[in-house]
Ligand binder design. Structure first.
Ligand SMILES: O=C1O[C@H](COP(=O)(O)O)[C@@H](O)[C@H](O)[C@H]1O
Length: 245
């Protein structure tokens, strides 16, 4: 495993466009090998800006959107269509603007009264069904997995000092008492987050600068743990990078 690479853009808008260009290139490269690309989406403000930039890029037509599987790293456990759901954000910003195959879009279940444990177990089953004989930890090997980082150093919905950090026997877990609203969530676990060829941390804003610096120095934070199988990138704007040098 190689050391993480750090790439810094001037501001949030520049970051979103740079990540969008990288995302398009990555998917085209994967598809050029004959594979169906496996992508894990994240939520949050900068992620939504990246998705909008992909949807607006003329280069998006280089991707065969029918041959992309979309997964999520975490979800806010809210009713279907809630604007705060990561799925809703991704659909509004990107998925409803490109010709995806509906069967290849794998949102985590919405809250319909079944509880987040049931939703997490169903997601783990869906991932396991997509895994092949060469895959590990009950998930398909992802090609790119994007993660935002909270000011507290959380990634996906794995928050500092929460019990879900220690869940290593399944791919997805229910999260209760999240310090960031909404309190109930579903998240991939560390073993699943570690099954991507490339992991991209996409981080904007000075409120994240401390967490970025601590994660990069290996502090005991959720953001310090996920690594790509072949590549780990920290894609930052200048504000998020102020404490790393
Ligand atoms: O709630 C969440 O927050 C993080 C970071 O979001 P941001 O708006 O501060 O960029 C995100 O990565 C996660 O997927 C989401 O559920």
């Amino acid at each position: 495993m190689t050391a993480p690479s750090i790439l810094i853009n001037r501001d949030a808008e520049g970051l979103a466009h740079a990540v969008a260009a990288r995302f398009i290139t990555r998917l085209v490269d994967v598809q050029s090998t004959g594979k169906v690309a496996q992508v894990v989406l994240t939520g949050g403000r900068v992620a939504a800006a990246v998705y909008r930039a992909v949807a607006e890029s003329p280069a998006r037509s280089a991707i065969d959107w029918q041959r992309v599987e979309f997964w999520w790293g975490d979800e806010r456990f809210l009713p279907d269509g809630d604007p705060e759901r990561n799925e809703t954000q991704a659909r509004d910003a990107l998925l409803s603007h490109v010709d995806v195959a509906p069967a290849r879009v794998h949102p985590m279940a919405a809250d319909s009264g079944q509880g987040p444990e049931t939703a997490a177990a169903a997601y783990a089953e869906e991932l396991a069904a997509a895994a092949g004989p060469d895959d590990s930890d009950g998930v398909p090997t992802f090609d790119v997995l994007m993660l935002g980082v909270g000011p507290d150093g959380h990634v996906a919905s794995l928050f500092p000092e929460h019990p879900e950090l220690g869940v290593l026997d399944r791919a997805a877990v229910a999260v209760h008492d999240s310090p960031k609203p909404p309190p109930t969530r579903v998240s991939l676990t560390f073993p699943a987050l570690g099954r991507s060829e490339e992991v991209w941390f996409v981080v904007s804003g000075d409120d994240k600068a401390k967490a970025v610096s601590l994660a990069l120095t290996g502090a005991d934070l959720p953001a310090a743990t996920p690594k790509g199988l072949t590549r780990t990138l920290w894609l930052l704007d200048e504000a998020a990078a102020t404490e790393i040098f």
